[in-house]
Write a protein that binds this ligand. Structure first.
Ligand code: NAP
Length: 517
């Protein structure tokens, strides 16, 4: 029978006794693993984190935690070939998997080195300068951060089974707070493989990380004011978790990264033949084909001047014609499968919904001829480009979480900030233009609705990391529909797992306390 994935709870591996959920290969439909948390003692996991993991981490200074992260990242890096093989079952191509696996390990290295450079060899972080309060200078204040005494519960989405875990784990380790990782069931086997190595590496103190492999069960019932729920996934699930008593009554911290209808705006100056036009075509095509469009940052709304819509469609057609859809194990394939048949059907439904407001100008959501694969068993879909035909709300509201984007034409003098804002708040937007006045106007209009904005032009293109890639140094998250949360952003991410306290007292007392950090 297919292997049942084990959870790592309170210091040992736990395998559920029932059949569980069978998870299948996205491209072949063959069973990969079974997942279940039946019988798992989540109370014991939370207690173990608080009583063993937290104290173990907090015995280490920031510098020692940063060193532990480096040891961990080095161990995972040496073992990553196995993760890459397994990742093919998620439908990802080898190139897609680099963003997830190498991206996750790279993020851990970045947190380690930034921690070693920027954090003290102590246990307490100061925030800002000493604030003089008393007129005579005998009474001052100083903000400090200390480690929360609870646990970080990660609840992760299916599309980044490695990066999604490590980008949250690394800052939590630096903060001195233990973590329970709950992966999405659909791709839990890849997270499980990495988790087995995390435990085997011995890089982190016992209890610093545990693994809840399957349904979350009643784990939130045990969380409260010292804990953090770090969620990534759909807005619907975020709303359910945000309404849990752990958050509403007991004030556990809640951070959400949810779906978002990210836009990319092409400037009127970027007509066919300009470098920016070519960059735009490349960026939009790459976004909808990377991970078969299953990135939360993918360009869903491509806003283009109405005068050059036809050129944009022609440019996208030329590029997308070269995409080879199929089994990612075949070397010629450039776009793999969606994660499951269920997900493919959801995307098709979303395209039908978008069809009320747009016509299809490229691709057919119902037809594809995948290389080396059975289209009935694998979750394949062709890239699809839609063109909004009026001013209806659907393109700004419906997320087709697959290889789909909608072109939204705009006229001269359009308020692009307002157009971008119709997405209700996004993780990322991009502006592709070489006209500084246009860029300034677009940025000032769009920035309040975005966690990150990329201004792409000929000068930065060679080094640009692209519209869809969150960097550990910069904020990932966004307002409104994007969840209202914030992750990454360098050492700010560490502070998200710490308590900020205003210390008040005499300058000598404050200096003694802070000096000892
Ligand atoms: P999802 O269905 O919301 O699931 C996300 C996670 O929540 C999974 O681990 C899921 O577990 C868990 N979950 C579901 N119901 C739960 C409940 N009642 N209590 C506790 N946990 C629960 O999302 P998904 O389908 O995995 O991911 C796709 C969506 O995520 C897309 O909309 C995408 O835009 C968004 N996303 C956002 C980001 C970002 O950074 N903003 C990144 C990636 C994806 P099970 O799998 O076990 O059900």
């Amino acid at each position: 029978m297919t292997e049942m994935l084990a959870s790592y709870a309170a210091g040992s591996w736990y395998t559920a006794p029932d059949e569980g959920t069978v998870v299948v290969d996205a491209a072949t439909g063959d069973p990969v693993a079974r997942v279940s948390t039946t019988g798992l003692d989540t109370r014991a996991m939370v207690d173990h984190a608080r009583l063993v993991g937290g104290p173990g981490l907090r015995r280490l200074t920031f510098q020692a935690r940063a060193a532990a992260l480096k040891e961990l990242a080095t161990y995972l890096d040496a073992n990553k070939a196995a993760y890459h093989e397994l990742s093919l079952a998620t439908g990802a191509t080898r190139r897609d998997s680099t963003g997830d696996i190498d991206g996750g390990i790279g993020t851990t290295f970045v947190f380690s080195s930034r921690g070693r450079r920027e954090l003290p060899d102590g246990f307490l972080l100061t925030d800002g300068d000493v604030e003089p309060i008393g007129k005579e200078g005998t009474f001052v204040g100083q903000h400090v951060y200390t480690s929360l005494r609870g646990v970080v519960l990660q609840v992760n989405a299916f599309n980044f089974p490695v990066w999604g875990m490590l980008e949250k784990l690394a800052p939590a380790v630096l903060a001195g707070v233990p973590t329970i990782v709950k992966p999405a069931t659909q791709t839990a086997y890849l997270t499980a493989a990495v988790m087995r190595d995390i435990i085997a590496s011995g890089a982190l103190p016992e209890g610093a990380v545990q693994f809840l492999c399957g349904s979350a069960g009643d784990v939130l019932d045990h969380l409260g004011g010292e804990d953090v729920v770090a969620f990534t996934g759909s807005a619907t699930t975020a709303a359910v978790l945000r309404g849990n008593d752990a958050v509403t009554a007991r004030a556990a911290r809640f951070n959400a990264e949810t779906d978002s209808l990210n836009c990319s705006i092409l400037g009127p100056d970027a007509t066919a033949g300009t470098p920016e036009f070519d960059l735009y075509i490349k960026e939009v095509s790459r976004e909808i084909t990377t991970k078969a469009g299953q990135r939360c940052t993918c360009i869903r709304r491509a806003m283009v001047p109405e005068s050059i819509v036809d050129d944009v469609i022609a440019g996208l057609r030329t590029r997308l014609d070269k995409v080879v859809v199929g089994n990612p194990r075949n070397e010629t394939v450039t776009m793999g499968a969606l994660v499951s048949l269920h997900q493919r059907d959801e995307v098709r439904d979303a395209v039908t919904g978008l069809g009320r407001a747009a016509e299809t100008v490229y691709g057919d959501p119902m037809w594809v001829e995948p290389v080396d694969a059975d289209p009935e068993r694998g979750a394949f879909m062709a890239p699809v480009v839609l063109l909004a035909t009026g001013d209806r709300p659907e393109p700004h509201e419906i997320e087709a979480f697959g290889p789909v984007t909608t072109l939204i034409p705009y006229g001269a003098g359009a308020d692009l900030g307002a157009l971008a804002a119709r997405g209700g708040g996004s993780l990322v937007g991009s502006i592709v233009s070489y006209d500084p006045d246009f860029v300034r106007e677009a940025v000032s209009g769009a920035a309040p609705y975005h966690g990150r904005l990329l201004v792409l032009d000929r000068d930065c293109a060679a080094e640009s990391t692209g519209h869809g890639t969150p960097m550990p140094q910069l904020v990932h998250g966004g307002p409104g529909r994007a969840g209202g949360g914030e992750e990454l952003g360098g050492m700010r991410a560490v502070r998200h797992f710490m308590q900020r306290t205003a210390l008040e007292g005499s300058p000598a007392v404050i200096a003694a306390l802070v000096g000892g950090s």
